[in-house]
Design a protein around this ligand. Structure first.
Ligand code: NAD
Ligand code: MG
Length: 303
């Protein structure tokens, strides 16, 4: 089990956000992409011990890409505790992370479906939506969350392969998944895209990645316009630095991982658990009048 040790009771408890979670410096901790949760020090908090649900997504059926770890794992836990059945997609090498999420969804009394596979392939994306619909009996919530991020200091160091992979995972798969999902979505359904603060404040070492995150915002907003008259809402979340395997597995140089989050006003990285409530809100009927929005969760950096 890779559950964090902290004293956060639930997501409502009044706390000082500066000291609620670990602050830099962090230990060096390089690992290979896509990275595993168990290798992170300290372990991220996905709300395992703290997230309390209130039936806000009772009976909904959700598909979350990158649902094995990081933000996607926190969203999967929260959705299940709010009453949703949840399918997660991830890469085959992340099976151990995915199995923990399956266990947590089932512990919440909901149905979990594990659907490993590579989002860089259109056929797989089509199949992922079709299998979710057949396993869960439909689809109400699509969370486009998987992401590829590889830090490079110079444009000359970005290979065609890296550029392709980043575009495929972050942009093409979003298009393929949404195109396949829309025919299954009914009024009241919701699509949530994980973009980034990089969409508006691109870092020089994340050239290709930042471009995809800006594309995600424009895509989500344009799609929200297309789907409004069907009663389907589309929104984006723009996280700042969040403590997930994406960063130590090549998303940032180790020197930045060690100081991760120090430059945001709250002085520390966000934990995946701190993102979950926004994804619950955007998926639930409580946000019935919110579509085409970008919600920053950045520790204070202005979007
Ligand atoms: P994470 O590593 O836990 O999740 C990313 C997931 O993407 C992986 O678990 C993996 O399953 C999936 N993925 C990567 N390549 C794939 C492929 N070819 N096929 C299928 N799945 C693939 O990290 P995270 O930080 O939780 O990332 C989730 C989202 O949050 C990403 O879109 C990322 O860009 C975004 N984001 C993260 C941060 C941050 O600081 N961690 C900040 C802003 C935005
Ligand atoms: Mg992962």
């Amino acid at each position: 089990m890779t559950e964090p040790k902290n004293d956060v009771q639930n997501q409502f408890e009044q706390r000082d956000p500066l000291t609620q979670y670990p602050q830099p410096p962090f230990p060096r901790q390089p690992q290979e992409a896509p990275g595993l949760t168990s290798a992170m020090q300290p372990l991220p908090d996905h709300g395992e011990q703290s997230y309390q649900g209130f039936g806000r997504l009772q009976g909904r059926r959700a598909l979350i890409t990158g649902g094995d770890s990081g933000i996607g794992r926190a969203v999967a836990i929260a959705y299940a505790r709010e009453g949703a059945d949840v399918a997660i997609n991830y890469l085959p090498e992340e099976e151990s992370d995915a199995q923990e999420v399956v266990r947590l969804i089932e512990a919440a009394g909901r149905r979990a479906v594990a659907l490993p596979g590579d989002l860089r392939e259109r056929e797989f994306c089509d199949d992922l939506v079709a299998r979710t619909v057949s396993e869960l009996g439909g689809l109400d919530i699509l969370v486009v969350n998987a992401g590829k991020q590889v830090s490079r200091d110079a444009i000359a160091d970005i290979t065609d392969q890296q550029f392709d992979d980043t575009m495929k995972v972050n942009v093409y798969a979003m298009f393929w998944l949404c195109r396949a999902a829309v025919p299954h979505l009914e009024p009241g359904a919701s699509i949530v895209v994980t973009s980034s603060i990089q969409a508006s404040k691109p870092s020089k070492n994340l050239l290709d990645y930042a471009a995809t995150k800006a594309a995600e915002v424009a895509f989500a907003q344009a799609l929200s316009g297309q789907l409004a008259d069907k009663g389907i809402r589309v929104n984006a979340v723009a996280p700042g630095p969040v403590w997930t395997p994406l960063q130590p597995s090549g998303g940032q140089p180790q020197s930045k991982v060690q100081q991760f989050g120090e430059s945001v006003p709250l002085g520390r990285p966000g934990q995946p658990a701190e993102l979950a409530s926004v994804y619950v809100l955007l998926a639930s009927q409580e946000s019935s009048y919110i579509t085409g929005a970008v919600i920053p969760v950045t520790g204070g950096t202005l979007f």
